[in-house]
Design a protein around this ligand. Structure first.
Ligand SMILES: O=C[C@H](O)COP(=O)(O)O
Length: 243
């Protein structure tokens, strides 16, 4: 379980916060100009990762070469309701496209199968994609879309994804709303040792202070188009109050 941490343990400098953030440009209509602007922003803040639609992932990785910034391969995005074979093929495309550079798979789990109680399918679906990632030396995040789930389903999803070998459990795609803070806490409380928690889908209603709340709960990554706002606000408004 990721342990909750004290405020004094957090590096609230802009640079420190940026290393806890995956900046995203994941609108369905993201244009080359939008992606270029996202890449430029990712480089300027030196975010941990940059996530955009897979069509643009190779383009982004080329332009992030040498920065150490991870390119995200957002798989079965945003619904996750495709066959496991299609997910595995997409994962292999990610290997062909991004291997040799810093990259990671963020895969959308099959929420409908979880809700149908088909836990074996749900777990195997994640396990097969995680294996492709791990064989290529990359990490795999499983996106659970927790805001669509009951608390019992969230706990089951975290456990199944962890057993399937996901390195991370991630709350949401951001395309269907975002999690409540108590759902984030449930994820942190349920995740076993060694499985990290990422929160995403922060939308426009989440504030930098809520992001800070997530980090204090033990969240190890925040993925959002709001990453610059969160870094700027926390480093310039909150950090000085704590010195
Ligand atoms: O996977 C990351 C999503 O883009 C996060 O969504 P958001 O930008 O609405 O917070």
């Amino acid at each position: 379980m990721p342990k909750s941490i004290h405020l004094s343990d957090l590096d609230l400098s802009r640079e420190g916060l940026a290393q806890l953030m995956d900046f995203s440009v994941l609108n369905p209509d993201a244009s080359q100009e939008d992606v270029d602007h996202g890449i430029e922003t990712a480089r300027r803040y030196h975010f941990k990762g940059f996530h955009t639609n897979t069509f643009w992932a190779s383009y982004a990785a080329d332009r992030l070469e040498g920065t150490g910034i991870e390119t995200g391969w957002v798989l079965a995005f945003p619904f996750g309701a495709v066959s496991t074979a299609a997910k595995v093929a997409e994962a292999k495309e990610g290997v062909r496209t991004l291997n040799g550079r810093p990259w990671v798979i963020d895969m959308v789990a099959n929420h409908g199968k979880l809700k149908s109680g088909d836990y074996d399918f749900y777990k195997k679906d994640i396990a097969e994609v995680a294996k492709v990632a791990h064989d290529a030396g990359a990490e795999c995040k499983a996106i659970l879309e927790v805001q669509l789930l009951t608390d019992a389903q969230i706990a089951a999803a975290v456990e199944l994804a962890s057993e399937a070998g996901a390195d991370w459990v991630k709350s949401s795609t951001g395309r269907h709303g975002g999690p409540q803070l108590r759902q984030v806490k449930l994820m942190c409380d349920t995740a076993p040792e060694g499985v990290k928690v990422k929160v995403a889908g922060t939308g426009n209603f989440w504030t930098p202070m809520v992001a800070l709340g997530c980090l204090l709960l033990g969240v190890q990554r925040i993925g959002t188009h709001n990453a610059p706002w969160i870094c700027d606000e926390l480093s310039s408004e909150v950090a000085p109050l704590l010195t």
